[in-house]
Ligand binder design. Structure first.
Ligand SMILES: Cc1ncc(COP(=O)(O)O)c(C=O)c1O
Length: 417
């Protein structure tokens, strides 16, 4: 599916969806008297027991503040926390842990980069985004543009939901300073050809920021192979806890950027005359960090690494293919986003039905999907809809659940049309 997926691990478990499901206790419950069918993974994915256990064990056995070094618990917490940073580094194949900055999530990571790059921007400069971005990769740039006189310029999307490469080439010019683009769309599922886009941007000296929020739950990005300057993602969408995310940044750029927030940890020396900044990555990590969450994220990555990634991707693609086949046959169905290369996300509308009614009626059948604008209002405007219904799959979903979504939609469609 993705040419930048890393080779599978040496010690991997066979792919067995029933045994995988037993790793996710939340999935084994009834909702509204029906077995839960969780198809809202794009919003937030569920957590395996190994993540829950790692966080529980951290609090039971090693919690203390990090980097204070005066006692054994502090050393244990620091080792777990910095070990988690190394796990993340290895997952995205970053050259150094100095380039792995903990944030609260993708949103904070992009805000950090946008603020850090602001001093480089001036009146008339252009920041290229795309029409399919999540608000998290639009609004921070608009705020920085407002301050600096730069302009946010959207690359068009084709009706099928692919990035319009002609629009990209036409808009890239000598005023372009930053390309900020999503690796995979949360609405359309489209996987953008980011390696090619980055290559073209590099040729013109344009900095590249990749929103990996919807990519990392499905495949491993290799930041060195991509050759991007920044890569942002959230733990909670990749089976880790909420409250933590990652910004990868090229060290020489991070060195040049001003800190994002001030406070403890991020300083080298403070005096009323002059304060100096800590080294990377701590310069960008003011205050006590999300320690247990870092440990949880590392456990989620270890969990993902315990499978053959190719098998996981194949299972997810089988879910997507089957869902497409079945949903297409529902009368009045309009699937929004039919790109060739997709993560397992299907947005749709059904003639005569409001997306939020579809969501509520599916919930009554135990099926969780998402409805609304998905924090992508410009994309909704492009398609001329106020919102869509969206089913987003993870490797723990089954073909049987896809069938349940289909029969659920058929039922609703018969009731209302
Ligand atoms: C593509 C994309 N980017 C950014 C975000 C924001 O992520 P978070 O809310 O975890 O910061 C999301 C969340 O849905 C997303 O799908």
């Amino acid at each position: 599916m993705n040419d930048l997926s890393m080779a599978s691990n040496t010690e991997t478990k066979a792919f067995d969806v029933e045994s995988i499901r037993r790793d996710f206790p939340i999935l084994a419950q009834q909702i509204n008297g029906k077995p839960l069918v969780y198809l809202d993974n794009g919003a937030s994915a569920q957590k395996p027991v190994s993540v829950l256990d790692a966080m529980d064990r951290y609090y039971r056995e090693m919690h203390s503040n990090v980097h204070r070094g005066a006692h054994t618990l502090g050393d244990r917490a620091t080792a777990a926390f910095e070990g988690a940073r190394e796990t993340v580094r290895s997952f995205i194949n970053a050259p150094s842990t100095r380039e792995i900055i903990w944030t609260r999530g993708t949103t904070e990571a992009i805000n950090l980069v946008a603020n850090g790059l602001a001093p480089r921007l001036k009146e008339g400069d252009e920041i290229l985004v795309s029409h399919m971005e999540h608000h998290a990769n639009i609004v921070p740039w608009q705020m920085v543009a407002e301050r600096t006189g730069a302009k946010v310029v959207p690359v068009q999307v084709t009706p099928e939901g692919e990035l319009d490469l002609d629009s990209f080439s036409n808009l890239m010019n000598d005023r372009t300073r930053i390309l900020a683009i999503t690796h995979a769309s949360n609405v359309l599922g489209t996987i953008n050809p980011v390696a090619d886009l980055i290559r073209q941007a590099k040729q013109q000296g344009v900095l590249t920021v990749i929103d990996g929020a919807q990519a990392v739950p499905h495949f491993k990005p290799d930041v060195q192979a991509l050759d991007c300057d920044f890569y942002a993602f959230s733990s909670h969408k990749m089976f880790g806890p909420t409250g933590i995310g990652v910004l990868y940044g090229r060290a020489e750029l991070l060195e040049q950027m001003p800190p994002y927030q001030g406070g403890g940890e991020m300083i080298e020396r403070v005096s009323f005359e002059r304060t100096t900044w800590n080294e990377l990555p701590y310069k960008f990590e003011a205050g006590t960090p999300a320690i247990a969450e870092a440990v949880g994220l590392a456990a989620a990555i270890d969990y993902l690494n315990s499978f053959d990634h190719t098998a996981l991707e194949a299972a997810e693609q089988a879910l997507l293919t089957r869902a497409n086949q079945l949903l297409e046959t529902v009368p009045g169905m309009d699937i929004i986003g039919t790109a060739k290369n997709k993560v397992p996300v299907i947005s749709f509308k059904i003639a005569g039905l409001h997306p939020s009614d579809i969501g509520t009626l599916l919930d009554q059948q135990g099926i969780a999907i998402r409805t609304g604008h998905h924090c992508a209002m410009p994309l909704m405007d492009f398609y001329g809809v106020p919102g869509t219904a969206r089913a987003s799959f993870a490797f723990y979903n089954t073909l049987e659940e896809v069938e349940k979504l289909f029969t659920g939609l058929q039922k609703i469609q018969r009731l209302f049309t």
